[in-house]
Design a protein around this ligand. Structure first.
Ligand SMILES: Cc1cc2nc3c(=O)[nH]c(=O)nc-3n(C[C@H](O)[C@H](O)[C@H](O)COP(=O)(O)O)c2cc1C
Length: 326
């Protein structure tokens, strides 16, 4: 059975909500129940509390923090962001204040206002850095889950991403698994030829779930200046342009791994989110859509009940992976 929900179709329930029977939009991960499957994508929601002016954060299924390294990082030279048809490119370069400042200054304000699951996002340039940062979050009572971003460059191997081959992805998973007790979610890079092999390696080494996908490497050039637009030259493509790629990878991985999948990549409506769930995702992250419209997450959450009713579903969990049953 998949660790994410443990629910079968027979467990579905209709939540009574005033006069109308509302479909049940909840999902579950490693024993943690989420009121709905919508989580903020790392790096697009800061450390959470700063977004509390837009809406009640407790509407969110989960909050995923911006990526955190051991030391503070200034990030890449500007420009760090540019637009492109159906998406955006970013090369922020993991700017963050470092683990000490995040534990002391960023987590407490969020934990005071947000009562749902807080997911830390861990970045590292060595395996030791991943384990150290993950262990610090493991010791923090405010953090429920730890997402490990393996798209970071491995300094011991010429700066190639940890996520590009099964061996290095397995090595990070194994080391972090030994260092922490909380559930770990490995966030995979789509810039690979065989995502299934990497997903299976993470599962074998003890990952509790997978996030699919991070951004896809791209670039843009300024015509007049005849130079790359981004200060870092290359950046990560996100937004609707990558949705079909994310969907394909979720579908491929779901066939071969048993641990739950969190979908990410170009979701901007409940229809997109449900499509990802039909492919095999148990929950979905919203990134670029919330940079365009800060209320995107709550709009999507609000769209679910009518969509589920239209689809004849009483629970969102009964949809997970059902596109495979043909
Ligand atoms: C500005 C920006 C910063 C990001 N920073 C991180 C990060 O720190 N850690 C991480 O794992 N992913 C990071 N991502 C990737 C997103 O979490 C997400 O996987 C990706 O953008 C695809 O989702 P979307 O199309 O909904 O944006 C970042 C994305 C953007 C646009």
């Amino acid at each position: 059975m998949r660790g994410w929900s443990g629910f079968s179709k027979g467990d579905t329930q209709v939540v009574k909500n005033g006069a109308a029977d509302m479909p049940d939009c909840s999902t579950e991960l490693a024993g943690l129940k989420f009121a709905n499957p919508i989580l903020t994508a790392s790096g697009t929601f800061g450390f959470g509390a700063e977004a509390s002016g837009f809406y009640d954060l407790n509407r969110l299924g989960g909050v995923i923090l911006k990526g955190v390294t051991r030391e503070p990082r200034m990030g890449n030279p500007i420009p760090r962001v540019t637009d492109c048809p159906s998406g955006m490119l970013n090369a922020v370069g993991l700017e963050n204040p470092g683990i000490d400042a995040v534990i002391d200054c960023e987590l407490p304000p969020l934990a005071r206002i947000y009562k749902g699951a807080i997911v830390a996002n861990v970045c590292g340039f060595t395996i030791e850095e991943y384990t150290e940062v993950a262990a610090r979050f493991d010791a923090s009572p405010s953090v429920s889950l730890i997402e490990i971003n393996i798209s970071c460059p491995n300094v011991a191997h010429g700066g190639m991403s940890f996520g590009i081959d099964a061996k290095s992805a397995a090595a990070v998973t194994r080391a972090v698994r030994r260092a922490v007790r909380k559930p770990i979610i490995m966030k995979l890079s789509p810039n690979v030829s065989d995502i299934v092999e990497i997903a299976k390696a993470c599962e074998t080494e003890g990952a509790d779930g997978l996030t699919l996908i991070n951004t896809i490497l791209g670039m843009r050039i300024d015509l007049r200046a005849r130079r790359p637009i981004l200060g870092n030259v290359y950046g990560g493509l996100s937004g609707p342009a990558i949705f079909p790629i994310a969907l394909r990878m979720i579908h491929q991985v779901y066939k071969d791994v048993r641990i739950p999948i969190i979908g990410a990549g170009g979701v901007s409506s409940a229809r997109d989110a449900v499509e990802m769930m039909l492919a095999g995702a148990s929950a979905v992250q919203i990134g670029s859509a919330a940079l365009v419209d800060p209320s995107a997450c709550v709009r999507i959450i609000d769209e679910f009940p009518a969509l589920l009713t239209e689809l004849g579903a009483t629970s969102i969990r009964e949809l997970i992976g059902t596109a495979h049953k043909i």
